[in-house]
Design a binder for this molecule. Sequence first.
Ligand code: AMP
Length: 463
Amino acid sequence: MRGRSASSLRPELHERSILTHFTDLGLPAPILKALAAESYDTPTPIQAQAIPHLLKGSDLLGVAQTGTGKTAAFALPMLTHLNKINRQAGPRACRALILAPTRELASQIQASFATYGKYLRVTSTVIFGGVPIGKQIRAVANGIDVVVATPGRLLDLLDQRAIILNEVELFVLDEADRMLDMGFVRDIKRILTKLPTRRQTMFFSATMPKEIADLAGSMLTDPVQVAVTPVASTVDRIEQRVIFCPARQKQAVLHKLLESDQIERAVVFSRTKHGADRIAKHLAAAGIPADAIHGNKSQGQRERAMAAFRSGKSRLLIATDIAARGIDVDGVTHVINFDLPNIAESYVHRIGRTARAGADGSAISLVADDERPFLRDIERLIRRRIDVLPLPEGLAVLPVLVEAERVEQPRGQRPPRRFNGSQGERGAVGRNAASPTAPRPARPPGNGPRRADGAQRARFQGR
Ligand code: AMP
């Protein structure tokens, strides 16, 4: 068996590297030229830490989330190796295999290989489900250097003997924790049996629970361990806030938030596919164009939505956790959590869509009463209290009352601020009140919820 348990992995490289330029890392000139063309000049910490070891052929265990530059951290040394030991893969074979959990992420990784390798003669393709298989079979028929694949479709090709993996020299498992969440572990273990034991393996995961550490331990040999931006510290540059409101008011709150011109480009998260569709539909009815991407959308629809978002044609993307996994679009100013994820780590992944590549970002979560336990989990994970914003101006505070109270209490005596009670406890954030994205305190209670919602709807329809 290869490797040993992750708990006995070499603990090193936790300090920041003193290497501050790509030219210090030992990368060949054509790659440096491609990086210069992308205006990359300083390696990110994971790049500075991992690349020298990967160039020497070590296995790597990388604890890093997207947004840290991890793709280049593995792609650059892989391209260097493929270019240096220049050989043609045999028919149906590939020299490097990267497994990614989603089609979007797989496509982005392959695009990175194409970008960083544009002055090299390294060939690459991407393999994922939901599109005809024929083109993918043809792409690998004569042998290819790099295959980036999602596990399910790769297994289809393997079962059809359209691809063989016995020439793989370099293997990457990206976003292992997400693979686990998506139930890919059995597929991965099957794929592993097809790989040569002599290979260089790079394993990346944003989190390292025991199950992932065990998987890593079973695949890696004496790996170098690199950990950057541990989940607990989140992405510190992101301003995180919550707005407490009942579920039935969330759409109105979202509309209000989107009126702000500070929100240049936002990803709105929904826990479910239906929820994402519902949000998009309500926004469309209000004259706010937004596409939803999730697993029920065709590849074409997803690609069109991503292209519109990337180009700035649409400033909003509604996404589920899994669909958003690979979203790598610079300039996302806001992440809006229409609802909170029930897995705290997903919150970190979600908000990581903003504040990419050194930019600042803002995350606003709409939290209904029954989501408070999720919020507690998240705050425990990120080890910080998330500031509370008042409702956007113009929205009435809706009471949250259990049925029994509704019956027992005469209308006029309801405690209308009840759902906001914890705002008092936790303190709304005054400094944000002047910003349109951080709306001013709500009007005093008194306007019935219906009236406020109705007025809101009428305004949006009129736009
Ligand atoms: P990743 O974590 O691989 O998803 O990368 C996050 C983003 O950072 C991508 O948009 C990359 O193009 C960008 N990026 C990666 N490395 C660098 C770098 N050294 N300098 C500037 N941008 C980078």
